[in-house]
Design a protein around this ligand. Structure first.
Ligand SMILES: [Zn+2]
Length: 754
């Protein structure tokens, strides 16, 4: 993927362009391709104010613990209100992320030399909500208003709206900061000594027993030894961390809160989700000193966590009460889907994924891949009302069927998980959202379009369209006849030359080219592709999305590839004579080039290229093969029925094929035993008699005779005649061969190959 950026130089001038390679903050410069130049421009960081990386903002992880807000002013006088990540520390500058969905950039890199001022600005709205001064809805409203007012701060708006004295807001902000800074990793023993509950000697003895036996928490040991009560322990810890102590007998957990975490997570960590407070999930723990708790919970629940303290005994009792009646259906489902290994492309750090939250992740991944493997077109996640389970339905060939039922505990987690990998806003539950998921399975990449729709009862449905076009089929599985497969394989094994795939839009040209590329996609070959859009991605290929709007055209990409040491080049389409000329030139100078054209047949392609101004001699030398293709409906394999055709029907097929060629190609003779297949209709094909599609091909391979025909510009009919003599099957002939193979029928072939 190319990165479109705007670079602001210290001089104040702006440069639009594409990064030659991804932005590396460790280096001291960037290289930029601009629309009008062939070589990249180099710009040193110390001459740059900022680099705006254009694209759709990703607000999915807004308000996570790691983030804070800042106002940034550059020496060029540009001002930004941004989200920054605490964990991102770089030598040469820093990244900021947009705070609203309307931004035209997804991130922005400020160089040290370009920075004038950073003004720390924590999510004030969040602090105020937390302090109970305002409701989350008020903050939302203020944020919306801020978008209009731009310059105004959330705090100011809230003061106006809620008529709170400024000092109250400032005090709340001050408290929230103090609160967040005091949560350091402090040892329980020290806290208890400090609180005057135990002596250092008692702690040391407890610690000694801890190392000798199985690891047990120091607090628990001191309680076991009768040195302190659990209440004393909790009170001391809560005071130290400024946390609330909760009596679970008085405050039972809300079911909605419990559903935010998996049963396994709750049981393993011995925590109890209590309520949802604003954007935060309030969780009780008896172990507030463990810094990993917040991190892990936040990851699974997908929202900020507020810890409160409760006794271990009370937490354990509540947990067993909640889950007493629940079956382990999820484990069974995961086992059922177990042979699947899949990787989701996402930006979640691996070290945050714990064993338990991987359960939800695993389950979602497996469902996505399972659907893809089963040729499903849509996956429906439908959470039931209240205690009802989440249903998963697949649509295949137009029919929806329920395939899984998942325990109600996982409802929220599964939908949130889908939102996370689709890079959607997990905090948004009221409005529909659309996104995209890419998963990687071996060398395959599968794409899903995601639609999240709020449904009654505060639920959200997720419907995923599986983009089967993103599948890479091996060359021998895209319907080539044995002869065409052999000729195609011979062509793609040549070290240089040009292979063209032609046909109308939607005839499967890109699929065919990618199948061909997958066969020669080896580590010893450098393969560049320029596509618009990149529909299929393949590991090992270097794929480029062209942007004709900003002058990054196929021709531009092609010229860039030629400087980038290619063996194989795929150009999505030869739209204009310049691109065609460059592509043919490249194929004559030692490169294997693949491309497409919108022509009807292989011989017509030759004529069209010559009309476009290509040198016939050059093209005659460059051409390896031209494949014209169409997609046609396939007889439903479930219900198609064999029949013996009438003599007249057989003769019609022979005439359509060409009587002479029919005999030469040793096509089946008419006999009593001759059977063809016809459409019938069943449940699987919705009574249509057809399901899925097959490709028909016309492959013209080069030969000395074809070369002569091209050089002499012999015209479509003459070239076709020679090609047929050389063994080419026209689209119609290939289609009729597939009728005799029982794959389709004459009605379908007549539609696409007249
Ligand atoms: Zn059928």
């Amino acid at each position: 993927m190319q990165t479109h950026v705007i670079v602001k130089l210290l001089t104040g001038s702006e440069k639009h362009g594409l990064l030659a390679r991804s932005l590396n903050p460790e280096s001291d410069h960037i290289e930029l391709y601009r629309g009008d130049e062939s070589a990249p421009e180099s710009h040193r960081f110390d001459a740059i104010s900022f680099i705006k990386i254009l694209g759709k903002p990703n607000l999915a992880d807004a308000f996570c613990e790691d983030e804070f807000f800042e106002d940034v002013t550059t020496v060029t006088g540009d001002r930004f209100h941004l989200r920054l990540k605490r964990s991102e520390r770089l030598e040469s500058g820093f990244y900021g992320y947009p705070t609203d969905l309307d931004s035209d950039f997804k991130s922005i890199f400020f160089t040290n030399s370009g920075l004038r001022q950073r003004h720390h600005d924590r999510p004030i709205g969040e602090m105020l909500t937390q302090s109970g001064l305002v409701q989350p809805a008020d903050v939302d409203e203020a944020l919306t208003e801020q978008k209009k007012l731009r310059e105004k701060r959330v705090g100011e708006i809230l003061i106006e709206k809620n008529h709170l004295p400024e000092t109250v807001v400032e005090h709340a902000i001050g408290n929230a900061r103090k609160h967040s800074n005091s949560r350091n990793r402090i040892r329980v023993g020290e806290i208890l000594i400090e609180a005057g509950l135990v002596t250092r000697k008692q702690v040391d003895e407890a610690l000694a027993s801890q190392t000798s036996g199985r690891r047990k928490r120091i607090g628990a040991i001191l309680v076991d030894r009768g040195l302190i009560t659990e209440e004393q322990l909790l009170t001391a810890l809560a005071r130290k961390f400024e946390l609330q102590v909760v009596d679970l007998k008085q405050t039972p957990p809300q079911p909605a809160a419990v559903r935010r975490l998996s049963r396994e997570m709750i049981e393993k960590m011995q925590v109890l989700p209590l309520e949802i407070r604003g954007t935060r999930l309030v969780v009780a723990t008896s172990n507030p000193t463990d810094p990993t708790i917040i991190e892990n919970l936040r990851f699974v629940a997908n929202c900020p966590i507020e810890l409160v303290v409760a006794s271990a005994r009370q937490i354990a009792a509540q947990i067993s009460e909640i889950f007493a009646s629940q079956a382990g259906a999820v484990e069974e489902l995961i086992d059922e889907l177990d042979d699947i290994d899949v990787q989701v492309e996402e930006e979640v750090e691996a070290d945050k994924v714990t064993e338990t939250d991987s359960k939800v992740i695993n389950l979602v991944n497996k469902i996505l891949l399972d659907a893809h493997k089963r040729g499903v077109s849509d996956i429906h996640f439908e959470p039931g009302m209240g205690p009802l389970p989440l249903k998963v339905r697949y649509r295949k060939d137009g029919i929806c069927t329920q395939v899984h039922q998942i325990s109600t505990t996982y409802k929220a987690a599964i939908i949130s998980r889908v939102k996370i990998i689709a890079k959607l806003d997990i905090a948004e539950h009221r409005r529909p959202q659309s996104g995209k998921i890419m998963i990687k399975h071996g060398r395959e990449r599968i794409e899903y379009r995601v639609e999240i729709t709020p449904t009654i009862g505060g639920q959200e449905d997720a419907v995923l369209r599986v983009l089967s076009a993103a599948r890479i089929y091996p060359l021998d599985q895209i319907g080539f006849s044995a002869k065409n497969l052999e000729r195609m394989r011979a062509a793609i094994q040549k070290p240089y030359g040009i292979i063209l795939c032609v046909g109308p839009t939607g005839s499967g040209k890109t699929t065919t080219l990618h199948s061909a590329l997958s066969e020669i996609n080896q580590p010893d070959r450098k393969i560049w592709t320029a596509e618009d859009p990149v529909e299929i991605s393949q590991e090992g290929l270097r794929q480029v999305q062209v942007f004709p709007k900003i002058g990054f055209t196929f021709d531009e990409a092609l010229r860039s590839f030629l400087r980038a040491d290619p063996d194989v080049i795929m150009i999505g389409e030869m739209r204009d004579p310049v691109t065609a000329k460059t592509a043919i030139g490249a194929s004559l100078t030692g490169h294997l080039v693949f491309s497409t054209l919108h022509t009807n047949s292989a011989p017509e392609t030759v004529v069209r290229l010559i009309e476009m101004g290509m040198d016939p001699f050059n093209f005659a030398d460059a051409m390896l093969a031209i494949v014209a293709q169409r997609l046609t409906r396939r007889l439903c394999p479930e219900c198609k029925e064999p029949y013996h055709p009438k003599r007249t029907e057989y003769d019609e097929l022979v005439e359509a094929y060409g009587r002479e060629q029919f005999q030469r190609d040793e096509m089946p003779a008419f006999s009593k035993g001759l059977t063809l297949m016809r459409a019938k209709g069943c449940e699987a094909c919705e009574g249509q008699g057809y399901s899925g599609r097959i490709a028909i091909h016309e492959l013209m391979a080069n030969s000395p005779q074809i070369k002569q025909a091209i050089k002499h510009n012999s015209g479509v009919l003459k070239t076709q005649e020679i090609a047929i003599e050389q063994g080419m099957s026209t689209l119609r002939m290939d289609g009729i061969q597939k009728i005799f193979l029982g794959l389709t029928d004459l009605t379908q072939i007549n539609r696409v190959a007249l």
